[in-house]
Each structure stands twice: as C-alpha cells, then as structure tokens.
Design a protein around this ligand. Structure first.
Ligand code: B12
Ligand code: SF4
Length: 497
C-alpha cells in the first residue's frame, strides 16, 4: 500500500458548447463513480459546469468543499478548452491531485497526460474500481487501468483492467450529491455497457469497450422503481445497444407491466440498431411506454453502409422504421453526411430514405473522424484532412456546422458543404412539415406555419416587432408570450412532441 489515500473527491463535468438542445443532462459516468466511491466510504461532491458555473464559482466550491482529489470527466470534443480548465484549476490549487476519466483519456491514454501536464492521473475506460483503488492508496504501479507519472516524471500506464463482467454489482447512481432538480424531467438510465460492432466512425470500443455486458431486468426495474418513487415518469435509455438481446427486452417489458407503476415513458434517443428489433418486439415495447425511438440509419444505400461496416442492410432500416411508425412510435433517424466513398448521389439516397416514412425527425450529421476510430486512420493515411484534428475537435458545434473536415476525390469539399447545407436546412424542415401534416392535416399545416415564423428571425421580427408601434410594445410582447405558450400546449397535447 502506498500511504496516500483520498477521502474527499470533487467530480467535475466541464462545459461543452455543443450541448444537448434540451439543456444539460445528468452525467451518468460521474454518477456511477460517485456512487461507487460513496459505497467505499469516500465522500464526494460534484460540479456540473453545464449548469452555468463560472471558473470563479468552481474555485469557490473547491475552497468550500476542500477535496483531497479532483476528478474531471472529459470528451475529445473541445478538449483544449477542458485542458485549459484543468490547467487553471491546477494553478490555483497546486497541491490537489487531478484525475481525469472518460472518452478522451480512454482513447488517447498517455498522450492526454503528455499534452496536459496538470493531469496527475488518467483512468482508462470503466473507472469505478480503478479510482476506488487509487483512493484506498494502492501502489500506483499496481492499479490496472491507471495512467500516472512516476517519480522521474515519466508517464506510465499499467495496462487495461478487466471488464466488470457482472455490471449488476455496480450500484446505480442515486445522484445524491448532484443538483438533480436542475435537470430536465427525463431521467437517464444505462442498462448495458459496450458494443460488439465495429462501425468505422464510432468510438465506443475505445471509450467503454467492445464487450457487451448487460444488467438483469430485475436490476433495471429496481432503478426504475427507485426513481418512480421520487416522482420520475420519463426515462431516457442511453445504451449503445439496448435491444441486442431481444429476450432481455421482453423480460424488462414484462416486469414493467407487472409492476404497480403507471404512466411510464421511455425514450431510446441514442439510436438502436434497426436489425435488432422485430415488429413484435417494437409492439411489446410500445405497450409499456417506449414512445420515442431513434435508429442510426447513417446512409441511404447498402454501398455506404458496407463502407461504414455497419453490418446492416437498408431493408432492415426500412422495415424497422415502417414498423415503428405504423405502431405510432415517434421515430428519429440519424444520417451521416460525407462518409467514405459517398457521393452527392448517395446523399440523395439518404434524403429519400429520410423522407419516406412519417418520422418525427431525421438528423443529418457532419461526419467527424474521432481519434482512435478506423475512419480517423483511413482519412489520415489517405491524406484527406481539410482541417487538423486539433482544430476541428475544438470547433463549437462540429456535427452541425456546414464545414466538412475531410474530402475525398469522389466528394470534394465544395460538394460536401452544399450537401451539408441542403440536408441541414431544406431536408430537415421538410421532414418536420411532413410529420405535422401526416398526423394532423390542416392543424399540422397551421402549426408548421407558426413554427416557420417563430424559428426564422426575419419573419419573427416582421410579425412580432416590425408591425408594432412603440405604444403597443407591452401589449405585443404579452400577445407573443401568450401565443408561444398556447402553441407549446398544442404541441404537447395535440402532437405529443
Ligand atoms: C449519453 C451520451 C450523451 C448524452 C449525455 C452526455 C453526458 N454529458 O453525459 C448527450 C445526448 C447529451 C450527449 C451529447 C454529446 N455526446 Co455523447 N454520448 C453518450 C453515450 C451514448 C453514453 C455516455 C454514458 O452515459 N455512458 C455510461 C457511463 C457509465 O459511462 P461513461 O460516461 O463513459 O463513464 C465511465 C468511464 O468513462 C469512466 N469515467 C468517466 N468520467 C470519469 C471521470 C473520472 C474522474 C473517472 C475516474 C472515471 C470516469 O468511468 C465511468 C464509469 O465506469 C456515449 C457513448 C458511450 N458508450 O460512451 C456518447 C459519447 C460519449 N458522446 C459523444 C459525443 C461526441 C457527444 C457530443 C459531442 C455529440 C454532439 N451531438 O455534439 C455531445 C457533447 C455535448 C455534451 N454536453 O455532453 C462521443 C464522445 C467521443 C469522444 N471521444 O469524445 C461518444 C463516445 C459517442 C460516440 N459513439 O462516439 N452524449
Ligand atoms: S455505431 Fe452503434 S452499433 Fe456501431 S459500434 Fe457504435 S454503438 Fe455499436
């Protein structure tokens, strides 16, 4: 045993500008870390910078709480900003060691510590046991999954820790030291870890691992009941592959139905695989409240799906989308724009698929090569980058900008830009209109016109500002507020969105 133990850990979620539109969401990874440490007798507190805390407020929190270890979670998105935050905290609090976990360190490993000298420890992939051993004072070179600096200052990695096979044993997060009331109504659930597929653009294998491990239906139900008793009714399942084991999903549905809980609603907003849900399964899921589902379609033809190594066919995607729409499930499709070997014609196939069924939305993402992925290596080895990774990874809204980060001979930069603009503007709008019209005819059409006005700053100005004379300002403002309120109610009650 080394002598250094840690008894008070402050866990920090940095701010990411390209946040979820619906506002900040609870960071489940930190929730698990905190819960596990508490179980081991370590006191924890959390600061989520997404809730609007400034640097000074963070320092104030550190001064009040007086942790002996500070932990950051970190994605590769905006990593320079996070390095700067870590460095600034270190400057103010030189004596407190800093440990960093999450996607960035799990993927870049020693490089992250080399790039940011203020990081004392890195934790690779699942962090519960690794940080617990660090806090208990285990010898640093004996802690699997830990990156550290030795006495000579050299960066050492002790090698991967074995996966936690039985993830039922890890206590689910009760978020007891999070400001839980500041997050939305929808509560996040993680019912499995890992994904065995190898889609070339996905970082899951380096972030949490390829080995899929699932929680038992009983274990999941206990978590749902815990939150139900605390007033939660809407849950967002964050798994990478929720429906991989069909039987497990049926059992989860059975348990939900047999429980006394009513009014539950579940969303699968991270995307599930279309080839992993039959019509019967979707029907069963819908019967217990799975009302929102998204599919990672990614492309509109088999050629591109093949290049992405998605191991899925367009007919799987079509069938699942059609089934889910017919069952009155709200469906969202995700597409990538600019995949390897894609051309303008292929993008049009995506657009056709996106508009074929009455889905609630189809989102087109600028494909981003993340370090550690096959896509990244392919772009790099072909010299296709238009921007350096350290630049684009630090853009503000990298998935949503109309600026490609690489080009290929068959799809040059200017065509990519055009395709991004077209899909981001025209296509996504048309799909939204289709949804409203399909479901509510004239009312849908009217609602869509309202949305067009409110979402367009020129039209909005024209209707709500230009037409006014100063004397009526407060009146118009009042009218606008009332209209927006009424429309929100209609959206909720009529369109259930
Ligand atoms: C849920 C989710 C979201 C949610 C919530 C994000 C959040 N802040 O919690 C939403 C929808 C908001 C989201 C948004 C984005 N996401 Co996201 N998201 C996920 C997803 C599917 C699951 C994350 C999760 O909760 N895992 C479950 C917990 C248990 O695991 P974990 O968080 O990894 O934590 C464990 C370890 O990493 C480690 N650990 C983590 N932090 C720490 C800290 C310390 C101190 C220690 C010791 C250990 C430790 O221990 C934890 C427990 O074992 C992952 C995919 C994945 N499988 O990781 C993508 C993922 C993390 N997201 C990703 C991205 C790119 C984004 C966006 C940038 C996308 C966008 N649309 O712009 C935004 C970022 C904006 C933001 N504000 O967060 C990428 C990150 C890639 C990378 N290398 O950085 C991932 C990996 C998806 C992918 N397929 O590539 N995301
Ligand atoms: S994109 Fe989805 S299916 Fe493919 S590897 Fe990632 S998590 Fe698995």
């Amino acid at each position: 045993m080394s002598i250094k133990t840690y008894k008070k850990v402050l866990l920090i979620q940095p701010f990411y500008p390209a946040s979820n539109k619906k506002g900040p969401t609870l960071q489940v990874g930190l929730g698990y870390i905190s819960e596990y440490l508490n179980k081991d007798g370590v006191d924890t507190a959390t600061v989520d910078m997404q809730l609007g805390y400034s640097f000074d407020e963070l320092i104030e929190k550190i001064n009040i709480y007086r942790p002996d270890l500070i932990g950051f979670t970190m994605m590769s998105v905006n990593y320079i900003r996070t390095y700067t935050l870590i460095t600034d905290v270190k400057k103010m609090k030189t004596s407190i060691p800093i440990v960093v976990g999450g996607p960035h360190v799990s993927t870049l490993r020693e490089t992250a510590l080399a790039e940011c000298p203020s990081i004392d420890f890195g934790v690779v992939m699942e962090g519960e046991i690794t940080i617990a051993e660090l806090c208990k004072g285990y010898e640093l070179d004996e802690i699997k999954g830990l990156i550290y600096r030795n006495q000579d200052g050299a960066i050492k990695y002790n090698g991967n820790r074995k996966y936690i096979e039985n993830i039922n044993e890890i206590p689910f997060p009760t978020f007891n030291n999070f400001e839980i009331e500041k997050y939305g109504e929808m509560h996040p659930l993680q019912t499995s870890r890992g994904c065995p597929y190898e889609c070339i653009y996905c970082t899951v294998s380096t972030v949490i691992g390829k080995k899929l491990r699932v929680r038992s239906p009983e274990n999941i139900l206990r978590e749902i009941e815990y939150w139900y008793q605390r007033g939660k009714r809407a849950f967002s399942i964050r798994d990478d592959n929720f429906t991989f084991f069909e039987d497990r999903v049926y059992e989860i549905c059975d348990l939900i139905e047999m429980s006394n809980m009513t009014g539950l609603e579940f969303s699968l907003l991270n995307g599930i695989r279309a080839d992993k849900c039959t019509r019967d399964l979707l029907k069963r899921m819908k019967s217990v409240g799975f009302n929102y589902i998204s599919f990672g379609a990614e492309a509109g033809n088999d050629k591109i799906l093949g290049h992405l190594k998605k191991h899925e066919k367009i007919e799987d995607i079509e069938l699942a989308t059609k089934n889910a729409c017919e069952l009155d499930i709200k469906v969202v499709l995700f597409f990538l724009v600019g995949s390897p070997y894609e051309t303008w014609k292929d993008v049009m196939d995506s657009v056709r698929l996106a508009m074929k069924y009455p889905v609630i939305g189809s989102y087109f993402y600028n494909i981003i090569p993340f370090p550690g992925t096959e896509l990244f290596n392919w772009v790099e080895s072909n010299n296709y980058f238009l921007e350096k990774p350290e630049d684009y990874l630090n853009w503000n809204a990298l998935y949503f900008t109309n600026k490609p980060v690489f080009q290929t001979p068959e799809f040059p930069a200017k065509d990519r830009t055009k395709a991004l603009k077209y899909t981001h503007n025209a296509v996504m709008r048309r799909i939204e209109r289709n949804y409203y019209v399909y479901h509510n005819g004239y009312l849908g059409r009217l609602y869509f016109i309202y949305l067009t006005i409110i979402k367009n700053k020129y039209l909005e100005k024209f209707f709500f500002k230009k037409l006014r004379c100063n004397r009526f300002d407060p009146l118009l403002l009042f009218a606008k507020e009332k209209t927006v309120f009424l429309m929100k109610q209609i959206n909720k009650k009529v369109f259930n969105r």
